[in-house]
Design a binder for this molecule. Structure first.
Ligand SMILES: [Zn+2]
Length: 94
């Protein structure tokens, strides 16, 4: 476990999502979708620094309190900013 802690710099999770259409909204027509240049957006959840240190300590059995932006948090932010449709949260049980 100590070797992992010394080597690990960050953990990243990526999710590729459909981008909300600026013209049609959440539901885009087939023709509009084909003509649009940017159709997908990637969302990254990054665990690093102090939060990673807390997670490694938790894996060792210690009780830790930490907080970092998780994938559902980042998707919610994307929805709030108008980049992602509401259906992006489907499957997260939120
Ligand atoms: Zn559209």
């Amino acid at each position: 476990m100590q070797e992992i802690e010394q080597t690990l710099v960050a953990v990243a999770a990526q999710r590729l999502l459909d981008m909300r259409c600026p013209f049609c909204g959440d539901e885009c027509t087939v023709i509009c979708r084909k003509l649009r240049g940017n159709r997908r957006v990637s969302v990254y959840e990054l665990l690093y620094g102090q939060a990673l240190h807390h997670v490694v300590n938790e894996a060792k059995g210690r009780e830790e309190t930490y907080s970092y932006p998780t994938m559902p948090d980042l998707i919610k932010k994307g929805i709030a900013l108008g980049y992602l449709p509401m259906k992006s949260l489907e499957g997260w049980n939120i």
